[in-house]
Design a protein around this ligand. Structure first.
Ligand code: PHE
Length: 375
C-alpha cells in the first residue's frame, strides 16, 4: 500500500514525532522497491511533485496547523524534505548515464558501496531507571543480589511471615504454576509477586551485617492497562546489622530519594502493613512535577501525577519482622541480636513518573519509535 498522508489531529511533540517517523519509514520501505528509471520517476513525483506530492500535502497541513506548533512542525518537515531529496538524488546518481544500464539488483552487491549503518541499541527506560536507583544504593555500600522469578511458596510467602491461608496472600494476586498439587504447599511453584523472597535467600547464604539492593522482574494477575501489567519490575532493599533503627530507615530512604529525584524533594512516611515488616510504612515524596503545590503551569491546572495532593507514593518499607529472622536464625540472624529494615518499590511506576509517560503498556510493546526517545 503506497503511503497516504493521514489527517493530523495530535499536534503534541510526540504526535508530530510519530507522524514524521511514520512518513520516513514509509518512504524508506517504498524506495527499496524502486527498480528502474521509470519507476524512480513515478516515485520521485509521488513524494516531491510540487503539485500534490506528499511533501506538498504535508506542507498544506503545516499551513493549517495551530500557530504554536508551526515552528516545530516546520523543523520536522524540513528534515524530512532534506532526507527525501538526498535519498532520491543518490538513487539517481547511480543509475544515470552509463551506469543507468546497471540494474538496481546489481548495485546491491557492489562491495564498494558504503555499508549499512546499524542503529546502536540503548537502555530501556525501565532498565535505565532501575540502574540509576541501584547506583544510588551502591554508593551507600549496598551490593546487588538477585533471585529466581519462578519461586516456591516458601520463599514468596511462608518465610516472609504469610502463613498458609493468611488473608494477606490475597493482596498479591499470585500467578501459580499448574500441576503442583501433589507437592507439599511450601514447595509449590509460582511466579514471584515481589522481590522480597530474595531477602530470605540472601540471608540464608550471607551472614550479617548485610546491605543489599535487589532489582528484578515480578508477576501478578493484573490485566494490562495504563497503570497495570502482569509483568513489572521492583527494586528491593535490605539492611541488617546489630543496631539498625527506624531512624536509619528514614535517613537512608530520605537520602536516596533526594539523590534520585533531586535535593529539593521532601519525604513523608505513613503507617502501613506488610506481614514481613513491623512497623511498616509507605514512603511518599513531594511531587517533583508540581513541586508539591498540586497545581501546574500559569493557569493552575490540576497536577495529575500526584492527583493534586502534592505527594507521590513511591515505596513500601519497614523494620524486618522478628518472625522473618526466625527462618534464618541459624545463619546468625537471631532476632534478639540483629535488627534491620527493608523496602520495595516499583521501577516501572517510577519510570512513568520520571519520564512523563502516561501509558505503562508503551514500555512493553517494543515500538522502536517510542524507545528511540531514550537513545
Ligand atoms: N514486597 C512489598 C510489595 O511488593 C514491598 C515491600 C518490600 C514492603 C519490603 C516492605 C518491605 O508490595
Amino acid at each position: 500500500m503506497p503511503y497516504t498522508v493521514p489527517k493530523l489531529t495530535d499536534y503534541s511533540a510526540n504526535g508530530l514525532l510519530k507522524a514524521f517517523a511514520d512518513a520516513k519509514l514509509a518512504f524508506r520501505d517504498e524506495m527499496r522497491e524502486v527498480k528502474s528509471e521509470a519507476e524512480w520517476k513515478v516515485f520521485r513525483d509521488l513524494w516531491m511533485a510540487r503539485k500534490n506530492g506528499i511533501l506538498t500535502q504535508i506542507n498544506d497541513q503545516l499551513k493549517k496547523a495551530p500557530k504554536e506548533v508551526k515552528r516545530e512542525f516546520g523543523q520536522h518537515l524540513n528534515e524530512l524534505k532534506q532526507y527525501i531529496k538526498s535519498e532520491i538524488d543518490s538513487w539517481h546518481s547511480f543509475t544515470e548515464g552509463g551506469a543507468g544500464q546497471l540494474t538496481a539488483e546489481l548495485e546491491r552487491v557492489d562491495i564498494s558501496l558504503p555499508g549499512v549503518r546499524r542503529a546502536i541499541g540503548a537502555e530501556h527506560p525501565v532498565i535505565k531507571t532501575t540502574n540509576e536507583m541501584v547506583r544510588v544504593f551502591q554508593k551507600l555500600g549496598y551490593s546487588v543480589a538477585e533471585g529466581p522469578v519462578v519461586e516456591t511458596d516458601y520463599y514468596n510467602f511462608e518465610s516472609l511471615n504469610f502463613p498458609p491461608n493468611h488473608p494477606a496472600r490475597d493482596t498479591q494476586d499470585t500467578l501459580f504454576i499448574a500441576g503442583q498439587q501433589s507437592k507439599p504447599q511450601r514447595d509449590r511453584l509460582l511466579l514471584r509477586t515481589h522481590t522480597s523472597p530474595v531477602q530470605i535467600r540472601t540471608m540464608e547464604t550471607m551472614r550479617p551485617p548485610i546491605r543489599i539492593v535487589i532489582p528484578g522482574t515480578v508477576h501478578r494477575n493484573d490485566p494490562p492497562d495504563a497503570s497495570h501489567s502482569p509483568m513489572f519490575h521492583q527494586i528491593e532493599g535490605l539492611a541488617v546489622d546489630t543496631s539498625i533503627t527506624f531512624g536509619d530507615l528514614k535517613g537512608t530512604l530520605d537520602h536516596a530519594m533526594k539523590e534520585f529525584f533531586g535535593s529539593n524533594v521532601k519525604t513523608s512516611f505513613r503507617p502501613s502493613f506488610f506481614p514481613f515488616t513491623e512497623p511498616s510504612a509507605e514512603l511518599f515524596v513531594s511531587c517533583f512535577i508540581c513541586g508539591g503545590s498540586g497545581k501546574r503551569g500559569p493557569d493552575n491546572a490540576p497536577c495529575r501525577p500526584c492527583k493534586q495532593t502534592g505527594w507521590i507514593e513511591i515505596l513500601g518499607c519497614g523494620m524486618v519482622d522478628p518472625n522473618v529472622f526466625e527462618f534464618v536464625k541459624d545463619n546468625g540472624y537471631d532476632p534478639k541480636k540483629v535488627s534491620g529494615f527493608a523496602f520495595g518499590m516499583g521501577a516501572d511506576r517510577i519510570a512513568l513518573l520520571k519520564y512523563g509517560v502516561d501509558d505503562l503498556q508503551l514500555f512493553f510493546q517494543g515500538d522502536v519509535r517510542f524507545l528511540q526517545q531514550w537513545a
